[in-house]
Design a protein around this ligand. Structure first.
Ligand code: MG
Length: 299
């Protein structure tokens, strides 16, 4: 390169360097932060009301837009649930488990029971336009289970790939739920669940975070950010005793996690999965919803 060419090249580079920051500034000032709303969901079992329409009426009175039923017997309830939701601003969020057997069972009969019943629930979830069916690959109490080895992880990813593709063909997904170590040592961290989603290599395999089980995490914010596009569902409870958010006082702080959900533009639901200490469940739910909406605004 002669001196003339060198100068030309260098000046062109310098010009680009001068332009680039300006371009970045104008981009960042003109781009509006997307506003992400908090979409709350209740599990069916914790919602006050004798019948499903009663429960949905109660949810509507609090502006709740997601409904999370259990997966047990779901195939026989598709018509009932569709009918009850007709004309309401409430959709089925995720489906909570409900299958027999488990994916990492050593016993082929137990594994076969999982495959059959899980696919039946996934099919019904698709008909209900649910975001997905929540599953845990193996709880600590489920034995005999495949050993916790590299081969088992490869097997898990391959099995999830097939299940994820099936879920996609039904219009839904399967959602891996990490739990605390006392319940499921195999899968504890949101980031690990997200890495399994990536390695399962199917858009039908997603993961979630449960604020109760996220006592395993060192940071709610980092946990959700690590899941990024794989994050499909969130569970919430109080953080000391797994009762209603707010019933454990100051420890019930979700703003760090909510900040991540906002930054991610998280499009799905934050669903109540918890008990209730108070005898007045309706009033406690109302207070919990107000607390979460306040913390979402602050996040
Ligand atoms: Mg949960």
């Amino acid at each position: 390169m002669d001196r003339k060419t060198f100068l030309k090249t260098t000046l062109a580079g310098a010009a680009a360097a001068v332009v680039a920051p300006g371009a970045l500034v104008s981009c960042s000032t003109s781009a509006k932060k997307p506003s992400v709303s908090l979409r709350l969901s209740f599990q069916e079992g914790l919602t006050p009301g004798e019948t499903l329409p009663d429960k949905l009426d109660f949810m509507e009175s609090l502006g709740i837009t997601g409904f999370e039923p259990g997966g047990g017997g779901l195939a026989g309830r598709v018509g009932e649930i569709r009918e009850a939701l007709r004309g309401r601003n409430i959709r089925v969020s995720a489906i909570c488990a409900g299958f027999d057997g488990f994916m990492l069972a050593e016993d082929p009969d137990v594994k076969a029971r999982f495959d059959t019943t899980m696919r039946e629930i996934v099919r019904a979830a698709g008909e209900l336009e649910s975001t997905g069916v929540i599953m845990v690959p193996v709880f600590n109490w489920q034995t005999p289970a495949l050993p916790h080895t590299l081969q088992t992880r490869d097997y898990l990813c391959a099995q999830l790939h097939d299940l994820g593709e099936f879920a996609l063909s039904c219009g839904t997904t399967v959602i891996l739920e990490p739990l605390n170590r006392k319940e499921a040592f195999y899968l504890r961290l949101v980031s690990d669940a997200a890495a399994i989603c990536r390695d399962a290599a199917s858009a039908g395999v997603k993961c979630m975070g449960d604020f109760w089980h996220m006592q395993e995490e060192t940071s709610d914010y980092a946990a959700f950010m690590s899941a990024g596009p794989y994050l499909q569902h969130v569970h919430i409870a109080s953080r000391g005793n797994r009762v209603m958010p707010g019933e454990d006082g100051d420890v019930d702080n979700y703003t760090d996690g909510f900040r991540a959900l906002k930054e991610l533009g998280y499009p799905n639901y934050v669903s109540f999965e918890c008990g209730c200490r108070s005898e007045d469940r309706a009033a406690t739910l109302k207070a919990a919803v107000e607390l979460l909406r306040r913390q979402w605004d602050e996040a």
